[in-house]
Design a protein. Sequence first.
Length: 124
Amino acid sequence: MRTKVYAYFGLFALLIVGAISIGVYNDTNISNIKNCKVIDLQQQQLITGGKDNMRTEIRYLVITDKETFICENSMLNGKFDNSNIFWHLKKDKIYSFKVCGVGKGFLFDYRNILEFKETPELLK
């Protein structure tokens, strides 16, 4: 009986360590994406709770010609200005982004924009 409890505790601890490791890996996988044309900027609201305990969560999505990104805070990367970055981006402008993450998948959300820089219009 006691070994069964230890086995369950070990499995639980392994799952927690694995989840934390995956999250850290996702936030530290940084890359630069150049010449992305912003197609659309979307602000999504998620309202949860009841009438006595209501909570609003806001997500900022940046849809480009290359992929969709999210703009959210990242404690590991020292980024706490997600709305500031989002509201400075303009539709139909071309930017270079510094992003973290591996992209949309089963375990991960969109890649997160850490920094951006507007690039001049490309010659046609």
